[in-house]
Ligand binder design. Structure first.
Ligand SMILES: Nc1ncnc2c1ncn2[C@@H]1O[C@H](COP(=O)(O)OP(=O)(O)O)[C@@H](O)[C@H]1O
Ligand SMILES: O=C(OP(=O)(O)O)[C@H](O)COP(=O)(O)O
Length: 396
């Protein structure tokens, strides 16, 4: 594995793809900076060697070009404090300003480029766009594990412009090492816990996971597609209506493979998507048409915790509810506590995903689990046994 340890960056301008897709609150404060802290050792090594750093990242999923809400300018102050460097900012990731700022960058300085996804070319993996980014630096470093499952311009396509100057950052290396512990010969029982809101992305990954795990727990926004597929009434809960057949077939496949697929039986049912909603604990297949499930209920939390506590390997991605609001954080907290208990009893616990990591941070449990990954979808895709595009591009 070619890591940044293989190069002295003295006099170099390193173009570093990081995943600074961090959760922001309504005032644009970073609510969890795990991904920034994760990239810090790589940035510091380049600076220490006498190199300059050009950071590029996406933030969220902007659909309509430049949008203030998705601007990376919101993280400049926090990043500067974390790195103890006055981070410069280019308000367009390509174009003359970015070119000039990159050109004038001196050793020890750090430049952050505006959100890559303000250009649709990023997600399309456009060659010409990747080439423009590539022109800004003379070494390419990929430290964006959280986005390594995307074959985008900045994560994969760009590497071709650095045939002899492309490296993994330290975070990427650490992430792959920990993921391998779970992928290769996990101690059993092996339990995967899935939740969150990226339902369609993650449903597609379940089939591959069924080949690896003994138990698969599904909670959070993911669960309602399964409940609806079985004919349950889910009201206004999150659902992917075009994935109902897939959900049913996954239930069947789990049976065939002897995997215990555990779905929540109850939910915290709310009359609105707000912390001050009126809430009750009720069956999640009888959610009134004007209400929604925003957390797992107490029976489900207990059932999930029992399975988790008897596991020896745990892979968790996706919160059990809208944990950002205290009213809907109980299920995620109960699962986190069970993971901590299992870890104390010798289990290896790997927790992944921007929001899952944020949840564990919120509950102050980061030190009580084996490893908190900065990747969610990336980690799950890695578990399929495939080489991730971001990894493949460096290894090629
Ligand atoms: N029942 C639910 N309804 C709506 N959103 C939910 C529900 N449960 C969890 N979520 C949301 O899912 C988001 C995290 O989803 P996701 O991005 O898939 O996880 P991760 O970032 O850990 O990979 C959180 O912001 C949380 O509020
Ligand atoms: O937050 C991310 O992934 P995650 O929600 O799976 O942790 C990454 O930044 C990737 O973002 P994307 O799923 O919009 O490509």
């Amino acid at each position: 594995m070619k890591t940044i340890d293989d190069l002295n960056f003295s006099g170099k301008k390193a173009l570093v793809r990081v995943d600074f897709n961090v959760p922001l609150d309504e005032n644009f404060n970073i609510t969890d900076d795990n991904r920034i802290k994760g990239a810090k050792p790589t940035i510091e090594k380049i600076i220490k060697d006498g190199g300059a750093v050009i950071l590029m990242s996406h933030l969220g999923r902007p659909k309509e070009g430049p949008t203030d809400k998705f601007s990376l300018k919101h993280i400049v102050k926090h990043l500067s404090q974390e790195l103890n460097v006055d981070v410069q900012f280019a308000d367009d990731c390509i174009g003359q300003q970015a070119v000039d700022k990159a050109k004038n960058l001196k050793p020890g300085e750090v430049l952050l480029l505006e959100n890559l996804r303000f250009y649709k070319e990023e997600e399309k993996g456009d060659d010409a766009f990747a080439e423009k980014l590539a022109a800004l630096g003379d070494v390419y470093v990929n430290d964006a594990f959280g986005t390594a499952h995307r074959a985008h311009a900045s994560t994969a396509v760009i590497a071709q412009f650095f045939p002899n100057a492309k490296y993994f950052g330290y975070l990427m290396a650490a992430e792959l090492k920990n993921a391998e512990k779970v992928l290769n010969n996990p101690e059993r029982p092996f339990t995967a816990i899935m939740g969150g809101a990226k339902v369609s992305d993650k449903l597609e990954l379940i089939e591959a996971l069924l080949a690896k795990v003994d138990n698969l727990i599904i909670g959070g926004g993911m669960a309602y597609t399964f409940v609806k597929a079985k004919g349950g009434e889910i009201g206004q809960s999150l659902v992917e209506l075009d994935k109902l057949d897939l959900a049913n077939s996954l239930v069947e496949k789990a049976k065939e493979k002897g995997v215990q697929l555990i779905l929540p039986t109850d939910s915290q049912i709310a009359d609105k998507f707000a912390n001050d909603a009126e809430v009750y604990d009720g069956p999640n297949n009888e959610i009134p048409a004007d209400k929604m499930g925003l957390d797992i209920g107490s029976d489900s939390a207990k059932a999930f915790a029992d399975v988790i506590k008897s596991s020896k390997t745990i892979l968790w991605n996706g919160p059990m509810g809208v944990f950002e609001m205290d009213t809907f954080a109980k299920g995620t907290k109960a699962v986190a506590e069970a993971v901590v208990d299992a870890t104390k009893n010798g289990a290896f616990s790997l927790i992944g995903g921007g929001d899952s990591a944020a949840a564990v941070t919120k509950f102050n449990m980061t030190k009580d689990v084996s490893y908190v990954s900065t990747g969610g979808g990336a980690l799950l895709e890695y578990m399929e046994g495939k080489e991730l595009p971001g990894v493949q591009a460096i290894n090629a």
